[in-house]
Design a protein around this ligand. Structure first.
Ligand SMILES: [Zn+2]
Ligand SMILES: [Zn+2]
Length: 111
């Protein structure tokens, strides 16, 4: 089974959590390497590779856990911004409430 691990970013030397969800994602993709960068530096690296200007990079504060993180675009203002971790939790909750409100599909194991 997977357990959360704390890794060190090779760019900013900051610590970041390699979450269980991410480990599962890596595993499913057949990736054996650990991520070398924190999510902020990953955004920066991706932008550099895509040749886009870093000017669009905006630092934002997560509306939920209040940690600061980088966004590859300017936030629109009318939506709360969530960091990757909180966004994932938010999506999972959304999924659960939708299933619950539909009512027709009881949560059950299907064969
Ligand atoms: Zn970093
Ligand atoms: Zn957050």
């Amino acid at each position: 089974m997977f357990t959360e691990r704390v890794l060190r970013c090779c760019d900013c030397a900051g610590e970041f959590v390699f979450t269980i969800g991410e480990q599962e994602f890596f595993h499913n993709k057949g990736l054996t390497n650990e991520p070398k960068r924190c999510s902020n530096c990953r955004v920066v690296t991706r932008l550099r590779r895509s040749g886009r200007s870093l000017e669009t990079l905006t630092s934002a504060i997560c509306a939920k856990c209040e940690s600061s993180f980088m966004l590859p675009f300017k936030p629109l203002g009318y939506k709360p911004t969530y960091c990757n971790t909180c966004y994932r939790v938010y999506r999972a909750e959304l999924e659960t409430t939708r299933q619950a409100s539909e009512g027709k599909h009881p949560i059950a194991m299907t064969v």
